[in-house]
Design a protein around this ligand. Sequence first.
Ligand SMILES: *Cc1c(COP(=O)(O)O)cnc(C)c1O
Length: 386
Amino acid sequence: MEQTTLKPIPLLDLQAQYKQIQSEIETAVIDTLRSGHYVLGPQVKNFEQSAGEFLGAKHAIGCANGSDALYIALLALDIKPGDEVITTPFTYVATAEAITQIGAVPVFADIDINTFNIKASDIEAKIGPKTRAIIVVHLYGQACEMTEIMELADRHGLKVIEDTAQSFGTKYLDKFAGTIGDIGTYSFYPTKNLSCAGDGGMLTTNSDALNERLRRIRAHGSSRRYYHDELGVNSRLDEVQAAILKIKLKHISSWNQARAQIASRYDIALSGREFQGCTIITPSLINNSTHIYHQYTIRLESNKLSLEDIESKRNLLRERLLAQGISSEIYYPLPLHMQKIYTDLGYADSAMPNSLLASKSILCLPVYPELSNSDQDRVIEALIKN
Ligand SMILES: *Cc1c(COP(=O)(O)O)cnc(C)c1O
């Protein structure tokens, strides 16, 4: 009976964010609609400039979405059919899909179970004569160990793409995630920390030569209208999305801080708690990176239970939360090396033990800047009272 009176707590509440900036956004959207410029116009240029300045990247290039950004990055780095690109199997499918679409082969390297990010030592073990590049993914809002990764990439002559779709504003040492390797890619899909009202994406680079190529490739390989110097794609950012992004960019630091504050409350309340014979492990931080908590991800750990039993406890915990109106999510339930589309790559399930373990034991909790203290308390109570 009590349940029916409880307000649902979603994983993410986009309307709450919209309400804060509604009039500014609506004015900007109407102005843009009236301007007569709809794609790759002054708003896009303006946003590219601001985003580049914010991130300390020499160039920022808008495009249609984060998946395209990865594909365009691989084209610009001259990755060819048959080349191998090392990446993580514990990510959204788009990361590896871009490699496959180029005709190259994704080679998976396992994650660190504490950070859920690809490990430098696992990358190094996968380097072979056909390896050309690495795509790291700064998962959930924390950067990968970039010092080690850049060092080994330099040593082996490999290009580095940073999939920063989940980490806009994360800092690694004195740089922003996405500006350390050759190219950074970003997504502004509505659920990302910095998001638009539809699809949007971006690339960053500090190289003038790559900037030119990225801009050309996003517009059908053309830098002069109707003259096509190389094969490209149609991947334009539109003016309305750019106008919205420009406004939201002003808030991203405080939004990211608000998420981190919620995370620290969760950390204190949840760390080391038990759920049916499992220990709740809160997110681990590495020394050199900040964490912007695109997701706040806990993990259930037990050295007594089997993987299947841990998975069923995790699923039970998720159901218990839902019974109290609290949404949670499993990002991601099946690592890429076990996906049907990648059976031909021939990986055994056990080839990526940490990715497999993560997929069966993690749970992402509600975290967004507008999540009230009392709702945070409800999430905490629901987790520790079970
Ligand atoms: C969202 C996401 C993408 C894809 O971005 P889209 O804008 O949806 O195409 C790629 N990689 C990661 C890690 C993502 O989270």
